[in-house]
Design a binder for this molecule. Structure first.
Ligand code: ASP
Ligand code: MG
Length: 422
């Protein structure tokens, strides 16, 4: 008998029929003798619908002005789906009880719409498990010190599930979703993309941060910090498939490198179209310029990704970096109006039609020449690299957006990711 956490995404909870299927699946696990905690998302589309209603009523106001109410509102989506699941389980003859985040309680800070979990009191959940009940805990939400309802950011139910699993030292946290695992890249771009049986937590973190949207990135960070065994698997298999087969399906996120059975050097290709490039040209090359430029950007709460500074010529240098595309105009404005005058730089130029493509793999730590191979592949395709950034287990390039699919396909092929590892 083990304590298991299941998380079901919005699509899996998308209709009463699907909720009944989830209930049957959970009942199967409970009847196999496991203690079950289930964390559902809101029914698909519900969070968008609720937030859309708010927008209709206050379109002109900055969201921060009413973010407390947004959380109060959006949290109802998970409250509804959790109660429905408890009802469906009872209809299956399985005793069950649901709790909203504030009832558990799951304590968070007060950063509405992007709160962070601080602690989870598991007494109530444990008592119910001990009395033989399946316990349902709403995803996506908690409560701050003053008793306000908070939410954890879009996709936050993943983080709720992992946090509950960590707090309760669950044997495994299974994330049931509408894909059957983590792939070598997005199968919509490369049809030959393959499901990985295992992926290391560090690789997953890199891929999640680069737009492989299978898991909310915070949930991966949480799983890494608390060593929560995490598996991503499909909720669309028949609910009555063999439980052992189900327990071994999908993609397992592992911690030990030697558990990483697929010994590929590169495990996946990630890409991200949501970035824009900004260059500050003719910057006097002297101490403090990076701070003057990026400090101002950070003060405006704008996240910066890839950064490069050229070598200087005649005492002047160029400085380039990328930001989220949605913050492109704001960043350019800020630099032109607030930073440029005091910096003595010549001009600020930008390009929003770029993308970032990355190869990710823990094997890169112990192999040389992997980045060079990536550059060769891109050169053979005639793709110009605009920026490069590397970490121990990743090499990213910024290229023209129009070559993104070509680059991803060529790299996927060149690193043999369409072949089953031997
Ligand atoms: N319902 C929330 C959202 O749509 C949280 C989640 O599904 O993980 O973002
Ligand atoms: Mg999700």
């Amino acid at each position: 008998m083990a304590l298991i956490v299941h998380k079901y995404g919005g699509t899996s909870m998308g209709s009463t029929e699907r909720i009944r299927n989830v209930a049957k699946r959970v009942a199967k696990w409970a009847r196999a003798g496991h203690q079950m905690v289930v964390v559902p998302s809101a029914m698909s589309g519900e969070t968008n619908r609720l937030l859309g209603l708010a927008k209709e009523l206050a379109p002109a106001k900055p969201e921060e002005a009413y973010s407390r109410e947004l959380d109060m509102l959006a949290a109802t989506g998970e409250q509804a789906s959790s109660a429905l699941l408890a009802i469906a389980l009872q209809a299956e003859g399985v005793e069950s009880v649901s709790y909203a985040g504030w009832q558990v309680p799951i304590r968070t800070n007060s950063a509405y719409t992007k709160a962070r979990i601080e602690s989870i009191d598991d007494k109530k959940v444990r008592a119910n498990l001990a009395s033989g009940k399946v316990v349902i805990v709403t995803g996506f939400q908690g409560m701050d010190d003053l008793g306000n309802i908070t939410t954890l950011g879009r996709g936050g139910s993943d983080t709720s599930a992992v946090a509950v699993a960590a707090a309760m030292k669950a044997s495994e946290c299974l994330i049931y979703t509408d894909v059957d695992g983590v792939y070598t890249t997005d199968p919509r771009v490369v049809p030959e993309a393959r499901r990985l049986k295992t992926v290391s937590f560090e690789e997953m973190l890199e891929m999640a941060s680069m737009g492989s949207k299978v898991l909310q990135i915070r949930s991966v960070e949480f799983a890494g910090k608390y060593k929560v065994p995490l598996r991503v698997l499909s909720s669309f298999t028949p609910w009555d498939i063999d439980i052992n087969e189900e327990a071994a399906s999908g993609t397992l996120i592992t911690f030990e490198e030697d558990e990483h059975m697929e010994q590929a050097i590169v495990s996946g290709i990630a890409f991200n179209r949501d970035e824009a490039k900004i260059s500050v040209l003719g910057v006097p090359d002297k101490p403090g310029i990076a701070y003057q430029i990026l400090g101002a950007v950070a003060d405006a709460n704008i996240e910066v990704d890839v950064i490069i500074q050229n070598i200087s010529k005649d005492g002047k240098t160029d400085f380039s970096f990328t930001v989220h595309r949605g913050e492109f105009a704001k960043t350019v404005d800020l630099l032109r109006n607030k930073v440029l005058p005091s910096l003595g730089a010549q001009e600020v130029v930008g390009d929003a039609k770029i993308c970032k493509v990355s190869i990710v793999g823990i094997g890169m730590r112990s192999h040389v020449g992997v980045a060079a191979r990536m550059f060769r592949v891109l050169s053979e395709e005639g793709i110009n690299i605009q920026m490069i950034s590397t970490s121990e287990i990743k090499t990213s390039v910024v290229i023209d957006e129009k070559y993104m699919e070509l680059a991803v396909r060529a790299l996927h092929r060149a690193f043999d990711l369409d072949q089953q590892p031997t």
